[in-house]
Design a protein around this ligand. Structure first.
Ligand code: PLP
Length: 458
């Protein structure tokens, strides 16, 4: 580690004095000697003291091709020479148009229309409002359909509509009085099965339960909202195969829209461009953000089918218009980054290369299974959750106040690797551009950090 520079001390003091960090207990923030990131290149971050850290969570699940990729840098610079921002209200812009057309080509077939916004939360908010209004404008078939079905442990963002869908009490319960009511189904969390099953005794009750819940509430449901394949913020909960296709079939049968929130899983993180592809599902609405701009600039998109879009067409006086939009909707620089990122998927064969990396990464991760306090290792593509437990036999969690995973994250950081805790689940989600050697470092540092904090032999 390089010595602490005076400038770092100054910035830390100002940070503590003025910056309120997300999801952070500010009373103890300074105790962790927060890093201040100055630069980045490839899969590495560099702090103000010149220390390098492997970006093991792709800068909050956004950075797809590594930092400072020359192609994306050049695309943003070129766009800057034209225009940084105008508006999509009453005008249009070349990058917003080109990106929408590209997204329609790569998204599950049938999703042809793109509504832009600027974060995952707003992409979900847009989807909620579209689904709600769609049902209203559908005539008698949509009457009374105003609620949303979502899963326990769901995370769809922090704006009030998205929080209403949220199912993580730690984050969401305090806002109860502000929120609209939803219909909640148990999540298919296999390690802690809500139906009391183990792998060997599984009867897929989660499938039946979803069916029963959806059927019971169908007449009042506008849409079902799901994080396809992996519930990220819940602790990288990987859904059983067929669960998403089951949800699609139910929605079709019951006349409910399916909203797929691919904010976390989209753009290659589960091994395919979109998670929905793996179960051959086209949702009615698809929410995208995070990786959409390659992890460079705030951008989001809500994609919809023609059928949904057409319910909003009509004479002005009919007031079918979607009255929604943000000032920076479809920002030109962000869209230019998005175009460049999608081009890289093609020119660099990102997903093809990733399959090879995943095989190596998976074998490395399996070595952690022998650690006595690793209860479960869940992985889809590059998205990984390592659930730490106090007692492996009973799956008893550590006391909340111990902040075990948080301590592991700090120990990993001392080894030059950035990972993140979600409760006592460690999240590893490196950029898709990670190399085999970097995978080795990521897993090795994580293993050592777990051992340092939880004890026990390797
Ligand atoms: N939806 C999902 C599945 C997410 O994982 C997140 C963020 O982690 C969001 C929505 C919210 O995205 P943002 O933080 O960009 O608002």
């Amino acid at each position: 580690m390089n010595a602490l520079q005076p400038d770092t001390e100054r910035l830390r003091a100002l940070d503590t004095a003025h910056v309120w960090h997300p999801f952070t207990q500010m009373a103890t923030w300074h105790e962790d000697a927060p890093l201040i990131i100055e630069k980045a290149r490839g899969n590495w971050l560099v702090d103000t003291d010149g220390n390098r850290y492997l970006d093991g969570v792709s800068s909050l699940w956004t950075n797809v091709h590594g930092h400072r990729h020359p192609h994306i840098d050049a695309a943003i610079r070129a766009q800057l020479d034209n225009v940084a921002h105008s508006t999509l209200l009453g005008l249009s812009s070349r990058p917003a148009i080109e990106l929408a057309a590209m997204l329609a080509r790569v998204a599950p077939q049938g999703l042809n229309r793109v509504f832009y916004s600027d974060s995952g939360s707003t992409a979900v908010e847009v989807a909620l409002k579209i689904a709600y209004q769609y049902q209203k404008q559908r005539g008698p078939a949509g009457e009374g359909r105003s609620k949303f079905l979502c899963l326990r442990g769901a995370y769809h963002g922090d704006t009030v509509g998205a929080v209403s869908l949220g199912g993580i009490d730690l984050f969401h319960a305090v806002y109860g009085g502000l929120l609209f009511k939803t219909v909640r189904a148990e999540a298919p969390y296999c390690y802690r099965c809500p139906f009391g099953r183990q792998k060997e005794s599984c009867r897929h009750e989660c499938f039946t339960h979803l069916e029963e819940t959806a059927t019971r509430h169908a007449p009042e449901l506008a849409a079902m909202v799901i994080e396809p394949l992996v519930q990220g913020a819940a602790g990288q909960i990987t859904h059983p195969d067929g669960y998403l296709a089951h949800a699609r079939a139910l929605c079709d049968r019951l006349g409910i829209l399916l909203i797929a929130d691919e904010v976390a899983v989209g753009f290659g993180k589960t091994g395919t461009m979109f998670a929905c592809e793996q179960e051959k599902v086209t949702p009615d609405l698809l929410c995208l953000a995070k990786g959409i701009s390659g992890g460079y600039l705030p951008l989001a998109a809500t994609m919809v089918t023609d059928a949904v879009y057409e319910a909003f067409l009509g004479d002005h006086a009919q007031c079918r218009t979607f009255f929604h939009g943000h000032t920076y909707t479809g920002n030109a620089l962000a869209c230019a980054a998005g175009i460049a990122s999608l081009q890289l998927f093609r020119t660099e064969g990102t997903l093809e290369r990733l399959q090879h990396i995943i095989t190596i990464y998976d074998a490395l991760l399996r070595q952690l299974e022998t650690l006595p306090h690793v209860g479960d290792i869940r992985r889809r593509g590059i998205m990984t959750g390592i659930e730490l437990v106090e007692d492996r036999a009973t799956r008893r969690p550590y006391p909340f106040a111990l902040r075990t995973a948080h301590k592991v994250v700090l120990a990993a950081r001392r080894r030059g690797v950035i990972i993140r805790p979600l409760g006592d689940v460690l999240v590893l989600m490196p950029p898709l551009s990670i190399t085999a050697q970097e995978c080795g470092l990521l897993v090795e540092a994580t293993a050592e950090a777990i051992q340092e904090v939880t004890g026990g032999p390797r």
